[in-house]
Design a protein around this ligand. Structure first.
Ligand SMILES: [Fe+2]
Length: 396
């Protein structure tokens, strides 16, 4: 069959989309749902879902002439702001991040008594939003570079960061971003009412223990509900952050659109941070690996397109990921490439013989067809690479 490749912005009603059976890792933004494109509204939805390309069968298509659709004409703007250079923003926000983790420890310990005070968190969540507005890569990379022994507290902050970044990417306004950031920060509040031997068990929980662990979503929601004037969006997000699209989640086995937008966003952010973090029973996993595991589980867990958009926001190799190149050099991803996600910009810092490269040499892999990323480095392999200093030294 005569098949042509098309960018989603050039899709037209009447095009018959075909599934070429291509792998996600090579074509992460390929729209491959077989069938006829019926309307402009459908094209807008495909673009909103984060797809970038498609293949169509010219014989089965009946293309109607149409004005070209551009992102601008649809009112869609590239939603990843980079107003301030990454290095500069990292310098500025490093203290904000550690302040947030310290504060999370305070309010989480206080929540053991079933009480919470939201007021001191407000400026910190606003600080997260301000940083994401300046450069979305700063806190999303910092959250994965910094390692705290006490996972539970850093996790609250990280879920707030990834939720705010994702909300921003999805186009939420500043007021809703603030509520979302608060929901992220407090999403696991109820865990502090779970017995500590279950919460910190360095092993798989028994069925009985897991049943107790599951109560944390409603316990947290209940504690927050006692705060006068709290926004219902926060309560729904916290109570629903373990619900799943196919109804297999908890506590209420909600299905599809029965799960609030905040619940869905928190679920993605929570899963990403949990998988990629170091825990007492497992090492930190490279972000790329965490995203590929989430991609495998996406059908049951999230509505179609949601995870794809999250991956598109971060990149398959998120900024700050240490990687090895086919040339044998090692480096750190310094800038993602939304069009060619497998070919980001890397800051090369180590030669194949182990020699350090100072200052780091920036290589745009999209412009070097012969050089590719072989794999993201594990925490052990990247032990001698000071990722934060490298990113701070860069101008992008
Ligand atoms: Fe949770």
């Amino acid at each position: 069959m005569p098949v042509l490749h098309v960018s989603v912005e050039d899709l037209r009603p009447g095009m018959y989309i075909v599934d070429m059976g291509l792998s996600w890792i090579d074509h992460p933004y390929l729209y491959a749902k077989e069938g006829l494109i019926r309307s402009h509204a459908q094209i807008v939805e495909i673009i909103h879902q984060g797809f970038a390309e498609a293949y169509y069968d010219t014989e089965q298509s009946n293309i109607q002439p149409a004005e070209p659709i551009t992102l601008k004409s649809l009112g869609i703007s590239p939603a990843v702001p980079k107003i301030v250079p990454l290095g500069e923003e990292l310098e500025q926000v490093e203290n904000t991040y550690s302040d947030c983790v310290r504060h999370a420890k305070e309010f989480m310990l206080e929540a053991r008594n079933g009480t919470v005070d939201l007021e001191p968190s407000r400026p910190l969540v606003q600080g997260i939003i301000d940083s994401v507005n300046r450069n979305i890569d700063a806190l999303t990379s910092l959250a994965k570079i910094k390692h705290y022994d006490e996972y539970t507290f850093a996790h609250c902050v990280n879920v707030s960061i990834f939720s705010v970044a994702f909300g921003k990417y999805l186009g939420l306004d500043q007021k809703r971003l603030f509520l979302l950031g608060m929901a992220g920060l407090f999403h696991d509040l109820g865990k502090m009412q779970v017995p500590v031997e279950i919460l910190n068990a360095p092993r798989r929980l028994t069925d009985e223990e897991f049943a107790v662990m599951k109560t944390h979503a409603l316990l947290g929601q209940k504690t927050l509900a006692s705060v006068k004037g709290i926004a219902p969006e926060i309560l729904m997000g916290v109570g629903q952050h373990h619900e799943k699209h196919d109804g297999s989640g908890y506590p209420d086995c909600l299905v599809g659109s029965g799960i609030s937008l905040f619940g869905r966003i928190l679920s993605v952010a929570d899963c990403y941070d949990a998988l990629s973090s170091k825990r007492v029973y497992k090492d930190a996993m490279p972000p790329t690996k965490a995203l590929s595991i989430m991609f495998e589980m996406r059908k049951g867990a999230w509505e179609p397109g949601l995870l794809e958009r999250f991956i598109k926001m971060l990149g398959i190799y998120p900024v700050g990921t240490p990687v090895e190149l086919t040339s044998g050099f090692k480096g750190v991803v310094a800038k993602s490439n939304p069009v060619m996600p497998m070919q980001p910009v890397a800051a090369v810092v180590r030669a194949p013989d182990g020699r350090g490269i100072v200052p780091p040499r920036t290589v745009d892999l999209a412009k070097h067809a012969g050089i590719k990323i072989t794999h993201p480095l594990t925490a052990g392999e990247a032990e001698d690479i000071d990722i934060l200093s490298i990113l701070k030294s860069l101008g992008n």
